[in-house]
Write a protein that binds this ligand. Structure first.
Ligand SMILES: *Cc1c(COP(=O)(O)O)cnc(C)c1O
Length: 402
């Protein structure tokens, strides 16, 4: 029998991800509400002193303080873990809080990390600027080059860290190869899966150990709240992440967790349609721009690998214009429907110039090394009718001289 109320609720764990997106982790109060409850409380009360003592001693399940547990947040964490195929998940206030927690909870002075050169600007800042301040050295490599991963390993290498596809170059990392290499050397692989979500790609299925998210992106999916998540084994989450998170407090607020729960209900549907729209728009742009990096187009240098790892190409891709910043800005400024925005994962189509926004802080040399040129534009394709998006791009390309 299905039981969704009380601390002893039974949860079915073998549904497919699209079902888990609606049902996973459901934890109803005694009122039997259909939609998840929003528990805006920082503290909890107890019927007697023995109960609170038992909870603090870990002898009885239940809440004690919302930095440690919150029912709305717990529902989201269980739902994400079920969709991801992970034993456990914990959520954070933002994607960057998730990345920081996933790395700092397991690294110590004297350790070494190997990370992908092509990455979200703040993820590069963690590796290049934050970790070295605490005696953790990093080596950044061309993550599409399998031999480069192997060559970068040192006796003290503890973590491999990468995104696939990478933001905003759309380069793909061979997850099965890199995970197997890591395992052979006792290295923990952390994958930032923001561009995909578990609907498109589940890194644990390819041998990764930890998956970290900006849930701000496709999980909320509608540009409303910031959120992050880290998934892994129960051992990693309980022994490494939880002591760090409970004592440093980068937690996700219950209201934001509730919004993301609502977002997950439609994530599968949204991503299928956005991915189909992005393919249609990409096929049009391919006929008009000198270069496009789209995991769903055969012109992508790693098309076969993308097909192997991703169930669909996703909603995000980049185009590269020959006319540098002036032409990229001319195209952006001519848009009438698509918004200029550095966000991604929204149901609205958004375009941005990474060199002057998300990757501004990486600096000109860093950008050149990771292949983010001044002529690059990144597009997040939303749920609008693709014919309208193509019409808008058509007139903007013409205005930019293409
Ligand atoms: C957006 C993003 C992040 C950071 O997430 P926030 O929720 O903005 O903190 C990290 N990695 C990638 C790949 C992203 O796209």
């Amino acid at each position: 029998m299905k039981k969704t109320t009380g601390l002893d609720r039974t949860v079915t764990r073998n549904w497919r991800p699209a079902t888990q997106a609606l049902r996973g982790g459901t934890w109803r109060s005694e009122h039997g509400e259909t939609s998840e409850s929003l528990y805006l409380t920082s503290g909890y009360t107890y019927d007697d002193a023995a109960t609170v003592a038992a909870r603090f001693a870990g002898e009885q399940p239940g809440m004690t303080y919302s930095r440690l547990q919150n029912p709305t947040v717990a529902m989201l964490e269980e739902r994400i873990a079920l969709m991801e195929g992970a034993e456990a998940c914990r959520t954070q206030a933002t994607g960057m809080a998730a990345m920081t927690a996933a790395l700092l909870c397991q690294l110590s002075a004297g350790d070494h990390i190997v990370a992908a050169k092509a990455a979200f600007g703040s993820c590069r800042w963690l590796v290049d600027s934050l970790l070295p301040r605490f005696g953790i050295e990093g080596t950044v490599i061309d993550a599409t080059d399998n031999a480069a991963w192997e060559a970068a390993i040192r006796p003290n290498t503890k973590v491999f860290f990468y995104e696939t596809p990478a933001n905003p170059t759309l380069e793909i990392v061979d997850m099965a190869f890199v995970s197997a290499l890591a395992k052979a050397h006792g290295i923990v692989t952390v994958v930032d899966n923001a561009f995909c979500s578990p609907v498109i790609q589940r890194p644990l299925d390819f041998g990764a150990d930890v998956v970290a998210y900006s849930a701000t992106k496709f999980m909320d999916g509608q540009g409303r709240v910031m959120a992050g998540a880290v998934c892994g084994t129960a051992e990693f989450i309980n022994d490494k992440l939880l002591p760090f998170q409970r004592n440093t407090g980068p937690n996700l607020a219950p209201f934001n967790a509730w919004v993301v729960l609502k977002g997950l209900e439609t994530m599968d549907l949204r991503l299928r349609q956005q991915s189909a729209n992005a393919l249609e728009v990409g096929r049009f742009l391919e006929t008009r721009v000198p270069k496009i990096m789209h995991p769903g187009l055969e012109s992508h240098p790693q098309f076969a690998l993308a097909q192997k790892q991703m169930t669909m190409p996703g909603a995000i891709f980049s185009i590269i214009l020959d006319g540098g910043r002036a032409q990229a800005w001319a195209l952006l400024d001519a848009l009438q429907l698509i918004d200029i925005s550095n966000n991604i994962g929204d149901t609205r189509s958004l375009m941005c110039h990474p060199a002057t926004t998300t990757h501004h802080n990486v600096g000109p040399e860093g950008r050149a090394a990771m292949g983010v040129g001044d002529g690059m534009l990144r597009l997040n394709v939303g749920l609008e009718d693709p014919a309208d998006l193509i019409e808008d791009l058509d007139q903007a390309l013409t205005a930019a001289g293409l």
